[in-house]
Design a protein around this ligand. Sequence first.
Ligand SMILES: C[C@H]1O[C@H](OP(=O)(O)OP(=O)(O)OC[C@H]2O[C@@H](n3cnc4c(=O)[nH]c(N)nc43)[C@H](O)[C@@H]2O)[C@@H](O)[C@@H](O)C1=O
Length: 329
Amino acid sequence: MKTALITGISGQDGAYLAQLLLQKGYKVIGLSRQTDRKAFHRLTYLGIEEKVILDTCDLAVLQEVIDFLETHKPDEIYNLAAQSSVGQSFQFPQETFTFNTLSVMNLLEGIRRFDKKIRFYQASSSEMFGNVSLQNLPIKESLLFHPASPYGISKASAHWLAVNYREAYGLFTACGILFNHESALRGENFVIKKIINTAVQIRNGEAEELTVGNLAISRDWGYAPKYVEAMWRMLQKDSPSDYVICSGQVTSLLELLNQVFLKLDLDLRTHIRIDPNLLRSLDLAIIYGDNAKAKQELDWEYEMDTLGLISKLIEDEKDWMNWKKTRFE
Ligand SMILES: C[C@H]1O[C@H](OP(=O)(O)OP(=O)(O)OC[C@H]2O[C@@H](n3cnc4c(=O)[nH]c(N)nc43)[C@H](O)[C@@H]2O)[C@@H](O)[C@@H](O)C1=O
């Protein structure tokens, strides 16, 4: 039985990845900064809270990381822990940069000192590319990084740390460069989750208004449970590499918003308000990726189109909201 360590297990990707690895017969150790059981409600929702072993460790302290590795002896580490909000990274640049880089440094250094055979997955991000000129779209793995946020800069630094430990010490490190990926388990401050959750509430007569920021952006949106499968596939290869994980499709936020309201039979104009506080100091106008390398080398499939994604997200959100009501109210 293989042992996998997931950092950031309380988040969207951590929960779906834990579910996948348990299905594959792994022993799953979850590491989180959170100690309150309520923080693990995503695991409870998926019915796996009792099946994973939860433990705490301060990733900012190297000795704690080494002790943690000695205790649990993982075969694979999936590093998903991060300050993951781009918007908040403008408000908290030091915290974002320090945690998102130091935690990766300590995990890599911990592996190098304790057991170089441990395989390491790093959650890299499309935010590392920043604002891309139209001739560089769709984005491939080889495109130069030019991040446009403290978050993007922290992820680019962490990415290069993982590559450096691969090249300098022969560690098995693989980086998944994930574009926006959504689900009902997404944090409530991310835009798609917020739109769908609020729209369903408006439909149920439980909310009146949806506030949003910059609608003049276009992104490559995908379905999170499919993306975590690519993470696992990266660590099963004979040799490590980095992969863009995306849908390959591009949709503007305004179009997506219109489709959600249309599907729920709601009039967008009577419920929407633009809040200038939600605008960022710098935003990405349009980015989308090319997933050919992942499809070819990882045998990874992604078939969902944006309309299919929206329908699935609405359906999942209703289920999630019902579950939360029965549990917490
Ligand atoms: C790949 C990348 O994906 C995610 O980062 P993100 O793209 O910043 O995601 P988001 O949902 O916060 O924003 C998407 C876009 O939507 C615009 N937008 C408009 N109105 C609102 C609004 O009301 N809230 C938010 N949050 N955004 C809004 C906002 O300005 C931005 O242009 C993370 O997983 C990150 O960890 C990651 O790696």
